[in-house]
Design a protein around this ligand. Structure first.
Ligand code: SF4
Length: 328
């Protein structure tokens, strides 16, 4: 099986005590059954502490948050399990984070979660060039091969366009949405389309309206919120949007192929564009805003689902509004 890896993935190293946010804050970590059994069987003070903070829920076992942090977090910013028992003793969630893997059976793609500050730094500054290694265990891939073929070709095309286009960023972003509509038509059984950026842009201008940013922020403010920072940012003043092609590149890499699961490319592209517009419109440090967006939205499956569903019913997520925000 081929495993594709972006350059920035290999550069990742957890900065632990120097981390400005930390994955040990705010989240109740899911503990896999094997680790939960191991932790509960440990002798001594660490075992006693773990037994007191592990909680079984309907979805599995979690490490209960105390004072807004994982109870294993120490004031030096390091993890007590890691410090006393080593990396191998961490549960799967903590061993993996922020590394992600999309396994399509016949090939896999690795990436990093934008919700980790150090990963965000690499994603927004590093090279997205992909290389691959060969690993054992190739399967057939339990997906529609024709659709995957369309998605792979179209993603390559649009990423290359983003990397090389001389259009201003918001216009290039609008082209992405119009092109995605053409690809969606192909997925739905239509003919293959030629990629004509200037035609896409002309269509985008025709479909755009005035663009309502308040509607977009109000929609996000109605989703599940983890941190007061995020709530304050959504309700506070906004700025002229900063567009960042590497951010859109990240979203396209992460979500475009996932349309093979339900044949819905458009919602994922709208999700990606809405994310870029929202993040770019929040005042303050762009990287921090992108990281917080990911922590609040990408790491909450309910929020992701609400946005994907909302692409068909929420006025803020219509083509005309997103295009209006990009092209106004
Ligand atoms: S968020 Fe990232 S850099 Fe920070 S502690 Fe977690 S893995 Fe390390």
């Amino acid at each position: 099986m081929k495993i594709f890896t972006p350059d920035y993935y290999k550069e990742f190293l957890c900065i632990a005590g120097a981390c400005p946010d930390s994955c040990c804050k705010e989240w109740a970590v899911d503990v896999d059954p094997e680790a939960a059994t191991y932790y509960r069987g440990l002798p001594g003070p660490l075992g006693d502490r773990l037994r007191s903070v592990l909680e079984d829920t309907q979805g599995g076992t979690v490490m209960v948050i105390e004072n807004g942090r994982c109870p294993m977090w120490q004031t030096d910013g390091l993890c007590r399990i890691h410090a006393e028992l080593g990396h191998e003793a961490l549960c799967q969630t903590c061993r993996d984070f922020p590394r992600i893997k999309h396994d399509y059976g016949s090939f896999a793609e690795l990436g990093l979660e934008l919700s980790c500050p150090e990963a965000a730094r690499l994603i927004l500054a590093g090279s997205h060039q992909q290389s691959f290694t060969i690993a054992d265990g190739e399967g057939d891939g339990d997906y529609d091969k024709d659709v995957m073929d369309i998605l792979l070709r179209s993603r390559k095309m649009i990423l290359s366009f983003l990397d090389t286009s001389s259009l201003p960023d918001p216009e290039a972003f609008a082209v992405v949405l119009l092109y995605a509509h053409g690809v969606q038509g192909q997925i739905d059984g239509g003919d293959e389309i030629a990629f004509e950026p200037m035609q896409c842009l002309a269509d985008a201008r025709r479909f755009s309206d005035a663009g309502n940013l308040d509607g977009l922020t109000t929609f996000f403010a109605g989703l599940e919120i983890l941190t007061p920072d995020w709530a304050n940012m959504l309700s506070g003043p906004k700025q002229a949007c900063i567009y960042n092609k590497k951010l859109l590149h990240y979203f396209i890499c992460r979500y475009w192929l996932q349309a093979v699961a339900d044949y819905d490319l458009i919602s994922r592209v709208k999700f990606s564009l809405a994310a870029c517009i929202l993040i770019g419109s929040l005042p303050g440090d762009f990287m921090r805003n992108a990281q917080l967006f990911s922590k609040e939205i990408e790491n909450d499956p309910d929020n992701v689902e609400a946005i994907l569903d909302g692409c068909y019913s929420i006025p803020a997520l219509t083509d005309s509004n997103l295009l209006g925000l990009l092209l106004r």
